[in-house]
Ligand binder design. Structure first.
Ligand code: PBG
Length: 323
């Protein structure tokens, strides 16, 4: 047999495989989500997210120092609001001395160079567990957008570098951009959850923050997973309204969307490798059914190969240790 082309030549050793690899992971790719609670000395494992924790301000600072030392340079903050402080309007979200605002200041105090991104949505603060204000059983758009804009200004005033609206209300990126400009925050970035689908894979996250919707579901604002072209529409509109970074979420059942979005825009595309995706690998590994380390690297590489410029992932620390 005489062959002109033998494709296995480029696969014969790890040296040549590494040389011609098209996708490489590095610590620069990752955004680390962090869950924050009131209290002191708390490092509380989340039942549905093994090896992932809710942290109080003091343990948060220790964690952020460690992340920085590992080359992980951006964090995405989520806070768990006490039930007593929840209401329909998400009032606590605007508290200049709220847990989010204090967390931002604590991190910036301890590690000033750490890029701090904050979640902007009402669900952790909402007595209904919805991302917006509820009126007559409906999630109202425009009144919610006003609160989200104020919330964003409040986070940036506390020192956040980027706000990350995860709510999927219409027009919120434009409103947030205008509010930041009016307040004189010309350097604040917006990472928009642009193509965020209504997904069952958010379950463990809602457990972490106790933020599950009290009635109904999120299908009137988050996208229908049957749709692809709509993701492009949502993303292009967010870019036009002023998003600096866009996002596709979840990741694994949406690799086609990641590629479509990557081809459609010229801003960086982030992808959220979400809680349910984390839980699936952790659970299978616990059962001895998957090799955890290999599953993590294969998954993250696939997300990047699909078109992700950055990946928010609960595996960030583990991945950096493996690289
Ligand atoms: C809420 C929010 C959610 C996530 C990030 N921000 C959950 C939801 O929309 O119900 C999910 C993240 C994850 O599952 O890891 N605005």
């Amino acid at each position: 047999m005489y062959l002109q082309r033998r494709n296995r030549i480029l696969r014969q050793s790890s040296a040549v495989r590494d040389l011609v690899a098209e996708t490489r992971l590095s610590s620069n790719d990752f955004i680390v989500p962090l869950f924050i609670v009131e209290g002191e000395g708390i490092k509380q494992e989340i039942a549905t997210m093994p090896d992932y924790y809710r942290l109080s301000l003091d343990t948060l600072v220790i964690e952020v120092r460690e992340l920085w030392s590992m080359g992980l340079k951006s964090v995405l903050l989520f806070v768990k609001c006490d039930d007593a402080r929840k209401d329909n309007l998400g009032t606590e979200a605007l508290n200049a001395d709220g847990l989010m605002q204090r967390s931002i200041r604590a991190i910036k105090n301890a590690v000033p160079e750490m890029l701090v991104m904050t979640d902007v949505a009402l669900d952790p603060f909402s007595s209904f567990g919805h991302d917006g204000i509820v009126e007559k059983g409906e999630i109202v758009n425009d009144a919610t957008v006003e609160v989200l804009a104020k919330m964003s200004v409040s986070h940036v005033a506390a020192g956040a570098d980027f706000v990350a609206p995860s709510d999927m209300m219409d027009g919120r990126i434009g409103a947030i951009r205008s509010a930041l400009e009016e307040a004189g925050y010309h350097k604040a970035g917006i990472m928009s959850y642009s193509a965020k689908y209504a997904s069952c894979f958010y379950g463990p996250f809602r457990d972490a923050l106790d933020s599950a919707p009290g009635f109904g579901d999120k299908k009137t604002y988050q996208m229908n997973y049957a749709n692809r072209i709509e993701a492009i529409k949502e993303t292009i509109m967010d870019v036009e309204e002023g998003a600096d970074i866009v996002m596709v979420k979840p990741a694994l059942a949406y690799l086609d969307i990641i590629r479509e979005v990557k081809n459609a825009v010229t801003v960086p595309v982030s992808v959220y490798n979400i809680s349910g995706e984390y839980a699936m690998i952790k659970a299978a590994a616990k059962m001895g059914w998957l090799e955890e380390d290999k599953a993590i690297l294969e998954t993250l590489t696939a997300i990047k190969r699909a078109g992700a410029d950055l990946i928010a992932t609960y595996f960030a620390k583990q991945a950096v240790r493996l690289l």
